[in-house]
Design a protein around this ligand. Structure first.
Ligand code: CA
Length: 227
């Protein structure tokens, strides 16, 4: 069964989540501060992180950012009383995969955790090098390379690139990208996806003649190498 790291300083909330998840068969380890979390993480392997934003010693969003420096894969779910769109965007940009606003129903937390773990499991690791044209992605080391030149990607850029590379020539809608990369329904009014696709484009296309990610007007984006 999956092992979950819960970072939450409110004793009551932590106990409530701990009890609920243990009843579902998950193994849970809790930390009350960012410092405690870092100790747990360096000593153990986790399948998922649940992280509160307002912690005594660090902002949970900053903690996500730090986690993502060394671990781009393990799902992170942010739990917070902060319910503004900007808080959510900040959390997701910092590398979180999902964001749940407090107060919440335990059943919703559980469903989101299950969804994140499911997605994690279906990411195939066997064929760990994906190639598209002169672009290469190593899904073990998370390193990208184009024309022999190494490209540094953030966690989300990596996930986005992997999504494109696993679906060549297919048109991916913004909604689909939001669901696959961030695990959420994104309000179509935001240009969040476009911003991220552009970050990624700059990284993989700068200095190269051939464009690989193309905009399909009114539909989304596609990875193609025909021109
Ligand atoms: Ca808190």
């Amino acid at each position: 069964m999956a092992q979950i790291c819960l970072v939450e300083d409110e004793q009551k909330v932590a106990a409530f989540i701990y009890k609920g998840l243990e009843e579902q068969g998950y193994k849970v380890k809790t930390a009350k501060t960012g410092e405690e979390a870092r100790k747990l993480i360096s000593a153990d392997n986790f399948d998922l992180f649940v992280v509160d934003i307002m912690l005594p010693d660090i902002n949970g969003i900053e903690l996500c950012r730090q986690l993502r420096v060394t671990d781009t894969q393990t799902p992170i779910l942010i739990l917070s009383a902060l319910d503004q769109v900007q808080n959510k965007v900040d959390g997701l940009k910092a590398g979180a995969d999902d964001y749940l606003v407090k107060p919440f129903h335990f059943s919703e937390l559980l469903a989101r955790i299950e969804a994140l773990l499911r997605r994690q499991k279906i990411t195939p690791k066997e064929d760990h090098i994906i190639v598209f044209d002169d672009l290469k992605l190593d899904t073990w080391s998370n390193l990208a390379e184009r024309g022999g030149q190494q490209i540094t990607l953030t966690a989300k850029e990596y996930t986005l690139l992997e999504l494109f590379m696993r679906n060549p020539n297919k048109v991916l809608s913004r909604e689909y990208i939001a669901e696959q990369v961030w695990g959420i329904d994104f309000d179509t009014g935001t240009n969040f996806i476009d911003v991220y696709v552009n970050y990624l484009r700059k990284k993989i296309e700068k200095g190269f003649q051939k464009k690989l990610i193309h905009t399909v007007i009114g539909m989304g984006y596609t990875m193609r190498n025909d021109r």
